[in-house]
Design a protein around this ligand. Structure first.
Ligand code: NAD
Length: 289
């Protein structure tokens, strides 16, 4: 298929390369010349504007920084410029309201669209092992699914327009909460004189078990190898966790949901980010305890 790919940064670069590997003809556009040069090296054809990249394609995929950019790229240069038969797939993590608004504008212009944010970081984007959570109609999902499958290990239909973003921010709010809880439990265990590997052995098979402990342990040398073992480099940046928690708080306000633990996790990550730690893996928040 002919696929336009907009936004070839840390995530989009690897995703577009996997579409090329799957045999698709990928037309790439990014504002960054470096990102475009990398896309060219991975087999994409590169273009000087979104409009040129989306002309005549069957599919548009985007992986952009935020909702304002997604809104402006689709509003100004995709809707009305890609063929109406093209399926539109936005994989960026953005706010639910903007995802719904862009989806409605696309539908009004005769397009099918899915919002399909991802779980998994840069390594998963490069390896083609992302998890996609997609929002859109059954027919839009059926068309998007094989494209997403070429970039991931799991593609789940979350519901109608905006449901992918809703699933993503609920999941990441929970992640922010249980990472903080896991850090607190390890620090308390330490103060109480427990051997931390022993505490891991017990809690990882007891009722405190959770992903932040068993797959992403914030304590160096305990559990599987994680960013904690690499001085909290790589992994999922604190700044991105904060972005997702802010989106979760906006969504909670908009939906009238009460999220006291999510709100506290956002405050803790905000303080950690403001102290200059935005580039560190989000498990590094254990250093504040
Ligand atoms: P990034 O900043 O590396 O890439 C974004 C790219 O978009 C950049 O290359 C930028 O030049 C380009 N861009 C910005 N405005 C543009 C425009 N108007 N037209 C064309 N290109 C434009 O960011 P990333 O880490 O690749 O993240 C992309 C999205 O994926 C974000 O929404 C992020 O929240 C989400 N995400 C990231 C991760 C991660 O671990 N990095 C994990 C899951 C989800």
């Amino acid at each position: 298929m002919k696929i336009a790919f907009i936004g070839l940064g840390n995530m989009g670069g690897g995703m577009a390369a996997n579409l090329v590997k799957a045999g698709h003809a990928v037309s790439a556009f990014d504002l960054s010349a470096d990102a475009l040069a990398r896309a060219k090296d991975s087999g994409c054809a590169t273009f000087g504007s979104v409009r040129e990249a989306v002309a005549g394609v069957d599919v548009v995929v985007s992986m952009l920084p935020n909702g304002a950019i997604v809104d402006s790229v689709y509003g100004a240069d995709v809707i009305g410029h890609a063929p109406t038969g093209a399926i539109l797939i936005d994989c960026s993590t953005i706010d639910v309201d903007t995802a719904r608004k862009v989806g409605e504008a696309a539908a009004a212009a005769g397009y099918e669209m899915v919002d399909s944010p991802v779980s998994g970081g840069i390594a998963a984007a490069n390896a083609g092992t992302l998890t996609f959570m997609a929002g859109g109609s059954d027919s839009a999902f059926a068309r998007a699914e094989p494209i997403l499958a070429a970039m991931g290990k799991a593609v789940i239909h979350a519901g109608g327009a905006g449901a992918g973003q809703a699933a993503k921010i609920c999941n990441n709010m929970l992640l922010g909460i249980h990472m903080n809880g896991t850090c607190e439990a390890f620090r308390l265990a330490e103060k109480l004189g427990l051997d931390l590997q022993k505490f891991f052995d017990i809690s990882s098979v007891s009722s405190g078990q959770n992903w932040s402990m068993t797959a992403y342990c914030p304590v160096p040398g305990v559990g599987p190898v994680t960013p904690a073992d690499n001085n909290y480099q790589g992994g999922f940046a604190t700044a991105l966790m904060l972005k997702d928690l802010k989106l979760a708080m906006e969504a909670a306000t908009s939906a009238g949901a009460t999220v006291p633990m999510g709100a506290r996790a956002k405050e803790l990550y905000e303080a950690f980010d403001q102290a200059g730690n935005g580039g560190l893996d989000f498990s590094a928040i254990i250093k504040t305890l």
